[in-house]
Design a protein. Structure first.
Length: 208
């Protein structure tokens, strides 16, 4: 039982503690910090979260978070439109962008295949990736998924779906994966920018 002097305080701590990586002690410290701030600052904080939830969109092309129907990366005329980097989540897009080593487009799956967790191919954005590739504008697909069993399973599934794809000029589609400078078992978003950047630049052809 919590020894909080206020039910309102306890409820606020419960909500903050429900966030990933936040324990109850940290949640209490954050809530007490907010309680000491001017009303206008707290309203700005909560308003930003509310607007994010209510107004954020997912790009209809690559499925990353966006303020518009199509994200700025997909709209950019300076990006390489023939290369698509396949990632698990939005955090991975941000991590790769921070390396400054990649200038193509992205495709966010929104997860990876994990039978133990009940996540199959139809639960993530694989079919929309296949449709993008079949449009004929994509010349290379870079698989930048976690170097875990689930990531490798997803890589294999995507490769099998795309391996016989040919471009309009009959050139085979190039399927590559990031170099294994990313340690086995590592998540992309937690990999340092130098290692991740080198893995993108030194990507290798995907082989079974």
């Amino acid at each position: 039982m919590n020894n909080y002097p206020s039910i309102l305080l306890s409820d606020a701590v419960d909500q903050v503690a429900s966030l990933p990586g936040i324990g109850r002690k940290t949640a209490l410290r954050l809530v007490l910090h907010l309680l000491r701030q001017p009303n206008k600052d707290v309203e700005a904080f909560t308003g930003a979260i509310t607007r994010l939830k209510q107004e954020v969109k997912y790009c209809r092309v690559c499925h990353t978070i966006s303020d518009q129907e199509v994200c700025p990366i997909c709209q950019s005329h300076s990006r390489d439109k023939h290369t698509v980097c396949v990632v698990e989540n939005v955090q991975d897009v941000m991590s790769i962008e921070n390396t400054g080593q990649y200038n193509g487009l992205y495709h966010v799956l929104g997860g990876i295949i994990s039978p133990m967790d009940g996540v199959g191919p139809s639960d993530i954005e694989i079919d929309s990736l296949i449709k993008r590739v079949e449009s004929g504008d994509i010349h290379e697909v870079i698989l930048a998924l976690p170097t875990t069993m689930e990531g490798d399973t997803t890589n294999f599934y995507i490769y099998r779906r795309l391996q016989n794809t040919t471009l309009h000029d009959t050139t085979p589609l190039k399927i590559s994966q990031i170099a294994r400078g990313v340690a086995i078992g590592n998540e992309i978003e937690y990999t340092d920018e130098i290692t991740l950047g080198r893995s993108i630049v030194n990507r290798i052809e995907f082989k079974l």
